[in-house]
Design a protein around this ligand. Structure first.
Ligand SMILES: [Zn+2]
Length: 213
């Protein structure tokens, strides 16, 4: 897919998130990039956990903001020192762009997009410090969920060819059987939690405890 072809797909995936009440309010640019540009971006991003072959990426920036917790108390006749003001550091995330490797088929591009949009959603909703297995696992759950929804929507439609059906099934199996500890193991653990507790409760637990329920 190229950048223009990909925009309707990107909108579909944003709607898919909205349908799960997980709309991403910030408009995040999507860029389909060549392999070299993607590798360059990976090198620059220090805290990005990735396989040897990166196919997508969510670029984020953290802004640290000092928030005053309480005002200094004034005592008559005393000078107030500003250093004694208690404050806490709050981290705010800004998602700069989603990068996806150029030229992949629609279903594959879509599953990468769903994965990367989930990273963006996590950042924008204050999830932080997650173990790679937990974060990549839940992102893979969203990619898997989107592929399943495409398969379901396509099964009754003549526009979805036999080839596309097989391709969707193939990508679903790839996610399920991925031998990587972070992506495969992470997916299987997150999927089991979602099957048991539902997506919303699983996400709430991850936010609270930093781990799967
Ligand atoms: Zn990821």
């Amino acid at each position: 897919m190229n950048n223009i072809e990909c925009q309707p797909l990107y909108m579909d995936i944003q709607e898919f998130f909205e349908g799960l009440e997980m709309g991403v309010e910030q408009q995040i640019p999507l860029l389909l990039v060549e392999r070299d540009a993607l590798n360059e971006a990976v090198k620059r991003e220090k805290n990005h956990h990735h396989d040897s072959l990166t196919i997508g990426m969510c670029l984020c920036e953290a802004h640290v903001i000092r928030t005053v917790v309480s005002k200094p108390r004034t005592k008559t006749g005393r000078r107030i020192s500003i250093i004694t003001v208690p404050y806490q550091l709050e981290q705010h995330w800004h998602v700069t762009a989603i990068l996806v490797l150029y030229g992949l088929p629609r279903l594959f591009t879509g599953s990468i997009l769903a994965h990367e949009l989930m990273h963006a959603w996590l950042r924008l909703n204050g999830y932080k410090g997650l173990e790679p297995e937990v974060e990549e696992g839940i992102c893979q759950v969203m990619a898997h969920k989107w592929l399943e929804s495409e398969l379901l929507a396509g099964s009754g439609s003549s526009s979805f060819s036999e080839f596309e059906r097989k391709l969707a099934e193939f990508h679903i199996r790839l996610i399920e059987k991925n031998p990587s500890r972070v992506y495969g193991g992470g997916f299987r653990a997150a999927k089991a939690a979602v099957n048991r507790y539902g997506l919303r409760r699983t996400l709430e637990h991850i936010k609270r405890a930093g781990d799967l329920p």
